[in-house]
Design a binder for this molecule. Structure first.
Ligand code: PMP
Ligand code: GLU
Length: 397
C-alpha cells in the first residue's frame, strides 16, 4: 500500500488553485461560472517578450542553463533593481528560479531548520505557511485586521521576535489585501528588525508594478536591514507571464549561494527560452505598463463601488495588487432557507452555488472573517459578478 509522507499529509492543497480547479470543473459541466478566484492577469504577454522568446529558440537557446540564471539575465535584473527600486544587487546576489513560488521555497529551504520560528503577518499569501511547514518551521502569525488596513507595525512585530525567529515573510503590495506599505511604514519595520541581526526578512514584491498610490518602496532600501533582506520578485504579474514561470531574488550573497545549491538539486536553472524572453521584460521601461495599470484602476473602482453598496460588507480601499479582501463576518449565522452560513468558507461555497461566482475563503490567507476577490478580469464580467453577489447576499437573513 502506498503510504505518503507525514510532510505531504500535513500539507494543505493551495486554496487558490483548488478553487480555480473547482470553477473550471463547473464550467466544463456547462455552468456559467465566473471565476474571481485566481490571481492571474487576463492580459496577454506583450509581443516584444514573445518575439524575444522566438529569437531565443531560433538561436538554439534550448539547453540546460546555469543554475542561478544566465549572466545576461542576472545583469538585466541587477539594472532593474537599481532603476526601479534603488537597490544595489550584483549578479552574484541574484538567483533566477522557475517562478517566485520557487524563489520563496528556496529561501525557506535554505534558512529554516525544524523548530525555527517564522513570523508571518496575516493576512498572508496562501503558500507561505505550507512552504514553512514543509521545512519543519513553526509559523508565528501576527494578525492585522481591516481597521489597520491589514498592515503591521514594528511595535506589533517586536513582541513576537525571539531567539528562535529565523525569518519574517510578507508581501507589499499584499496578496490578498492589496495593502501597500509606505516608505515610512517600511522604515518603521526596518528600525525594529535591524535590532535582531539573526532574523532574515523575505519581502515579496511581485505586485510591485500594480500600485495605485505612487512609487513602489522596497524594504531593502534601508541600509540598517539591507544585509537581512531577501527581495523576491518575478515576471508573472506585471508582464502577464504566469505560464512562463520565472521569478528571482536579490539577497545577501550567502543566501543567494544557498538558494542556488537547493535549486541545483531540485530543478536546475529556469527555462532557457523564458530566461531570454525575460531579459526583454527587465530591460523595458516600466512606463510601458501604464495601460494595464489604468485598466486595473478602473476595475478597482467598479468593484469598490459595488462592494461599498452591499449591506453587511466591510471593505478597505486596496492600494495595489488586484484583490479585494472584504470582511463578510456580518453574514455569519444567516441563512437563505437552505444554506446556513457559519463562516467564510460557507459563504464562498454559497456564492459559488447560488451566484456562480468563484472566490477564495479568507481562512486560506489567515483571516476567517474575509473572502478574497481577484479583479483581474474585464469590466463587463466584473459587473455581472458583482450583481450576482449582491443578489445572493440579499437573500441571507
Ligand atoms: N507571491 C505572491 C504574493 C503571489 O501572489 C504569487 C502568485 N502566484 C507568487 C508569489 C508566485 O508567483 P509566480 O507565478 O512567480 O510563482
Ligand atoms: N498567486 C496567485 C493567487 O494567489 C496564483 C495562484 C497561486 O500561485 O497559488 O491566486
Amino acid at each position: 500500500m502506498i503510504q505518503l509522507s507525514d510532510r505531504l499529509l500535513a500539507m494543505e492543497e493551495s486554496a487558490t488553485i483548488a478553487m480555480s480547479r473547482k470553477s473550471r470543473e463547473l464550467k466544463d459541466e456547462g455552468k456559467d461560472v465566473i471565476s474571481l478566484s485566481l490571481g492571474e492577469p487576463d492580459f496577454h504577454t506583450p509581443d516584444f517578450v514573445k518575439n524575444a522568446a522566438v529569437e531565443a529558440m531560433e538561436q538554439n537557446y534550448t539547453t540546460y542553463t546555469p543554475v542561478p540564471g544566465y549572466d545576461d539575465l542576472r545583469e538585466a535584473i541587477s539594472k532593474k533593481f537599481l532603476r526601479d527600486n534603488g537597490l544595489k544587487y550584483d549578479k552574484t546576489q541574484i538567483v533566477v528560479s522557475t517562478g517566485a513560488k520557487q524563489s520563496i521555497a528556496n529561501v525557506v529551504m535554505s534558512l529554516v531548520n525544524p523548530g525555527d520560528e517564522v513570523i508571518i503577518p496575516a493576512p498572508y499569501w496562501v503558500s507561505y505557511i505550507e512552504i514553512v511547514k514543509v521545512a519543519g518551521g513553526i509559523p508565528v502569525i501576527v494578525n492585522a485586521d481591516i481597521t489597520a488596513d491589514f498592515k503591521v507595525s514594528g511595535k506589533e512585530l517586536e513582541p513576537h521576535i525571539s531567539d528562535k525567529t529565523k525569518l519574517i515573510m510578507f508581501s507589499t503590495p499584499c496578496n490578498p489585501t492589496g495593502s501597500v506599505y509606505s516608505k515610512d511604514e517600511l522604515k518603521d519595520l526596518a528600525t525594529t528588525i535591524s535590532k535582531y541581526k539573526h532574523v532574515t526578512v523575505m519581502c515579496d514584491e511581485i505586485y510591485e508594478h500594480i500600485n495605485f498610490v505612487g512609487k513602489h518602496e522596497s524594504l531593502a532600501q534601508f541600509d540598517e536591514v539591507y544585509d537581512q533582506v531577501v527581495t523576491v520578485n518575478g515576471v508573472s504579474k506585471a508582464w502577464a507571464m504566469t505560464g512562463w514561470r520565472l521569478g528571482y531574488i536579490g539577497a545577501p550573497k550567502k543566501i543567494a549561494a544557498a538558494c542556488s545549491k537547493v535549486q541545483g538539486q531540485f530543478t536546475s536553472g529556469a527555462s532557457s527560452i523564458t530566461q531570454k524572453a525575460s531579459i526583454a521584460a527587465m530591460e523595458k521601461d516600466p512606463s510601458f505598463l501604464k495601460d494595464m495599470l489604468d485598466a486595473f484602476k478602473n476595475r478597482r473602482k467598479l468593484v469598490l463601488d459595488a462592494l461599498q453598496k452591499m449591506e453587511g460588507v466591510k471593505v478597505n480601499e486596496p492600494e495595489g495588487a488586484f484583490y479585494f479582501f472584504p470582511d463578510i463576518s456580518s453574514f455569519f449565522g444567516k441563512s437563505d432557507g437552505s444554506h446556513k452560513i457559519n463562516n467564510a468558507n460557507d459563504l464562498s461555497l454559497y456564492l459559488l452555488e447560488e451566484a456562480l461566482v468563484a472566490l477564495v475563503t479568507g481562512d486560506a490567507f489567515g483571516d476567517p472573517n474575509c473572502i478574497r476577490i481577484s479583479y483581474a478580469t474585464d469590466e463587463a464580467t466584473l459587473t455581472k459578478a458583482m450583481n450576482r453577489i449582491a443578489e445572493a447576499l440579499q437573500k441571507l437573513s
